[in-house]
Design a binder for this molecule. Structure first.
Ligand SMILES: Cc1cc2nc3c(=O)[nH]c(=O)nc-3n(C[C@H](O)[C@H](O)[C@H](O)COP(=O)(O)O)c2cc1C
Length: 177
């Protein structure tokens, strides 16, 4: 099993998958691990919708005219939602989505986050129809649940691109007494 260091080093956003569908047992284990994510005041406000149906994935892929088209060829996608009764639902859902991606990497799956919340369907019309509202026209999203993002899941069609070394030292401030 990969160490956390290996998971963090090898995970890359993957948008091309081979034809294999992750088994239900694999997805259930990912969700079991993801439900252990930290959340504000332990509110555990994050919700998930697992989509495996090709037609529905194709519809989801059309939620935006930029950055979501590849979902049409993903074998599986998990919509990550939050219960908006919790004030920090966005923060909680973002943490859960990240944990889901790391758990997927550990399981030998590749993934990519596709954003929903606050994103318009058409990039040129920021005030027009929103991706989340479009999804509600065909997905059974309960009242009070809001989608944050979709995490595409599958087996990578190609090996992940290696990371290029970056100097991030200017993004860190050390405060010493
Ligand atoms: C908040 C967030 C939103 C993202 N939205 C999209 C998206 O809509 N479409 C997409 O293809 N990738 C999306 N990504 C993936 C990023 O493009 C990717 O993480 C980034 O380019 C770094 O590449 P890496 O994940 O391979 O390290 C998103 C990632 C995050 C964290």
């Amino acid at each position: 099993m990969k160490t956390l260091t290996e998971i963090l080093q090898t995970r890359r956003s993957t948008r091309k998958f081979d034809g294999r569908k992750p088994g239900r047992d694999v997805i259930e284990e990912l969700l079991r691990l993801t439900f252990m994510a930290p959340s504000s005041k332990n509110t555990r406000s994050t919700r998930f919708m697992v989509v495996e149906d090709g037609e529905t994935l194709a519809k989801i892929s059309r939620m935006r005219d930029f950055g979501s088209a590849f979902l049409a060829d993903a074998p599986c996608a998990i919509v990550v939602l939050g219960d908006t009764a919790t004030d920090l639902w966005v923060d909680n859902a973002a943490i859960s989505a990240t944990i889901l991606q790391l758990a997927a990497e550990q399981a030998g799956l590749a993934s990519c986050w596709v954003h929903i919340n606050g994103r318009p369907c058409r990039q040129a019309e920021p005030e027009g129809e929103q991706a989340g509202d479009y999804l509600r026209t065909f997905l059974p999203v309960p009242a009070g649940w809001e989608p944050l993002c979709v995490v595409a899941l599958g087996y990578a069609a190609e090996p992940p691109r290696p990371r290029t070394a970056k100097d991030d030292s200017d993004k860190v401030i050390w405060v010493n007494g």
